[in-house]
Design a protein around this ligand. Structure first.
Ligand SMILES: C[S@@+](CC[C@H](N)C(=O)[O-])C[C@H]1O[C@@H](n2cnc3c(N)ncnc32)[C@H](O)[C@@H]1O
Length: 329
């Protein structure tokens, strides 16, 4: 246990995870010390403190900041950790998440919803694993029509998952579970087993507006696009039910000019919403184009559906989005 210089440590137990999580959040086979600061200090102080602890002990720690869990390795730079936090942190956005994210990118979400409805129309029940589940857009889309099934939403942001869990009453036919974890935890067998024990082998896997964020998490300079995501998806495909579907929706930019336009709109939107340090959107070379995504899914042995023009849209915010469906044979 570490005594902090400024704030008392609230909880230095080995990571117990979410109450609904059966095992410690681990990477490979190791558990990490989990630190959380009392008194809701400014997030910048918490990030600096996490770095201080990791550097001081020479060990990786899990730092919990405003409902977000972050791995902090010794030697982590502040800017890097800040970027990771901002990717997961929806404290500012989450209050207005629907308005700022779902409604703002309505064209993209309509395209994703259309495809999910089409692909699931003949399934009376579904067991869904939603990676980067956020506040439960996929839960709302799949189970809106009173379909039976099980849903497990995985996301490192506890705050986002709390909102998702709050939708429980709307879906009496659906058993809803959450796991506070990064998608990277899916590389571990015991995490996959825990999920299979909870919802069975998923018949539908979704990852909407998440794969580029996941690929960014833990990325090292010079890493090829997809280096993080590919093994995670391979592990997911392995755990899926044969005949099951994976639906991937993601953003991209066709040109740098498209990106610059979007970056400006996104910046202005954040400023208008009172965000003090606007978050720079992911540049085009860190986003998967539909071609790259299709190749990656095919490379994992999946049968990728041909996309129609309706599966690729320009949003009024200036970003493009696409949806892709692949099937495990
Ligand atoms: C844009 S939101 C998308 C949420 C939901 N799928 C939707 O479309 O409304 C991206 C989500 O990715 C989550 N996220 C960030 N890093 C992640 C990681 N390494 N593994 C899994 N999810 C991650 C964030 O916490 C956030 O909830």
């Amino acid at each position: 246990m570490h005594e902090p210089s400024k704030h008392p440590v609230l909880n230095a137990d080995p990571f117990p995870g979410h109450p609904d999580f059966n095992g410690p959040l681990t990477l490979e086979t190791q558990s990490y010390e989990r630190i959380e600061l009392a008194g809701d200090p400014p997030y910048q102080d918490s990030l600096r403190y996490g770095i201080e602890v990791a550097d001081g002990s020479g060990e990786t720690v899990i730092l919990k900041v405003k409902g977000v869990e972050l791995f902090v390795d010794p030697g982590t730079e502040y800017e890097e950790l800040h970027g990771q936090f901002k990717d997961c942190e929806f404290n500012v956005l989450s209050r207005n998440y629907e308005r700022d994210f779902l409604q703002a990118n309505a064209e993209f979400y309509a395209c994703v919803a259309g495809r999910i409805h089409q692909v699931t129309a003949c399934c009376p029940r579904l067991d869904v694993l939603s990676i980067a589940a956020g506040q439960g857009y996929e839960l709302d889309t799949v189970f809106a029509r009173g379909r039976e099934g099980k849903f497990l939403g995985l996301d490192p942001s506890e705050q986002m998952l709390r909102v998702l869990e709050g939708k429980d009453d709307r879906y009496p036919e659906t058993a809803i579970h959450t796991r506070v974890a990064r998608a990277h935890a899916l590389l571990e067998e015991h995490v996959r087993e825990d999920i299979i024990d909870t919802i069975g082998r998923p018949t539908l896997v979704t990852c909407v507006a998440g794969l580029h964020v996941i690929d960014k998490t833990g990325r090292s300079e010079g890493d090829a696009l997809g280096k993080q995501v590919r093994p995670i998806l391979a592990a997911v495909v392995d755990m899926m039910q044969s005949g099951g579907f994976i639906v991937v929706g993601n953003y991209y930019h066709k040109t740098d000019a498209d990106y610059e336009r979007f970056a400006q709109i996104w910046h202005d939107k954040q400023v208008a919403n009172g965000v003090a340090n606007p978050h720079q959107p992911t540049p085009p070379n860190k986003l998967f184009t539909p071609q790259q995504m299709g190749r990656m899914l095919e490379g994992l042995g999946l049968n990728v559906d041909r996309m129609s023009p309706n599966d690729d849209v320009m949003c009024s915010t200036g970003i493009r989005g696409y949806v892709m469906v692949a099937r495990k044979l």
